[in-house]
Ligand binder design. Sequence first.
Ligand code: NAP
Length: 395
Amino acid sequence: MASRREFLSGSAAAGLGLGLGGFSTIGCTGSEGGGAGGEGLGSASVSQPEIPRAEKPLRILILGGTAFLGPAQVEYALARGHTVTLFNRGRTNPHLFPDVEKLVGDRAEPDYTALEGREWDAVIDNSANVASWLMDSTALLTESVGRYLFVSSISAHKDNSIIGMDENGPVFTKEEYDEAVASGAGMGATFGPNKAQAERETFQAFQDRGIVVRPGLIVGPRDNSGRFTYWPVRIDRGGEVMAPGDGTDRAQIVDVRDLSRFMVHLIEEEAKGTFNATGPESPLTMAGMLYGIRAVTSTPVTITWVDADFLREHEVGGWMEMPVWVYPEPETQGFSAYDCTKAIEAGLTFRPLAETARDTLDWWKSLPEEDQGLRTGIDPEKEADVLRAWHARNG
Ligand SMILES: NC(=O)c1ccc[n+]([C@@H]2O[C@H](COP(=O)([O-])OP(=O)(O)OC[C@H]3O[C@@H](n4cnc5c(N)ncnc54)[C@H](OP(=O)(O)O)[C@@H]3O)[C@@H](O)[C@H]2O)c1
């Protein structure tokens, strides 16, 4: 189980995939990246409600665009009447969006030749989890692009002890970034410092034309990380579901489609500055989330809350085995309690949890069986063992 120190430093995230930045291995190793990766995982078609067209069509370049967040952005931007160009290596879900212009290049090389001599109204940079990638792309695009929206992460904040922290809360410093890079540590430990440094580089290069969005846990159709998907899938399987704590611990999630709409909206509105985009608008507890999910399934199910100390004794990991949830500690109490008022005032809206839960489950069920493995969530046998022990102890 990850120790508190590991969790906070992000080094546990490296090993366990805890970080708020997807599961992709983009960057450090130069290895195969891009989240969903495999054929089929990003191929489910996701229905969109009627979307009005924007008054002014824009030319939008998306760096990335084919794993999880990207496809939702592409779908929304196209529905608004914008023209979209994608830039990636052509490896992740290359079958997606056959009618959209695709430029090929590798940011790890770096090779941006395909972008040279071209102009766009705005860029959305999804794929920079490494600050140096963003330095290269902003250097190339400052003159040829109107706005630069960098997709950062709430992990750029270095202190999870503060409940209700807003955009002005402390982020990793330049010195901490330099140390992280020099340490040669993996993506988990360097993710937050890289995001914080990339944010500074965005504003350095684009100034008032720069936008930074810091999502918390992004959920919804096409998320194969399992970090939220586990719960709808597990609850739909039915029977006795083990749930962590007493139900009062906080949860923060944002539907990928709401986040995508918000990002395109910021570009259309020519916004500037930094926005924490964690959601939802009204505080959500683990009980609110799990009972909300239960409401969209018809399988008989009981939810048994097992207290945190008991889970710890039985080596059940927060976040990874009990997704969305972290052990309540003074150091982590702010983890799911970020303030996103500024984003809401700038236009971030949230669909009902029931819609997110139902669409996530429908998407997951539409996958071929071989792609239905979840990378997070407690093993069913371990869940049954811990529940047996819990009932034995409580008579
Ligand atoms: N998931 C979360 O809960 C969460 C939370 C907070 C922040 N975030 C951030 O959200 C962002 C979006 O992640 P996403 O994976 O869903 O975005 P995405 O744009 O859907 O997919 C990632 C894209 O990056 C491309 N890519 C990977 N390596 C590349 C390289 N070396 N050169 C060029 N392109 C490359 C991939 O295509 P190819 O493989 O074909 O190159 C793929 O199109 C990330 O910045 C992440 O840190 C995520």
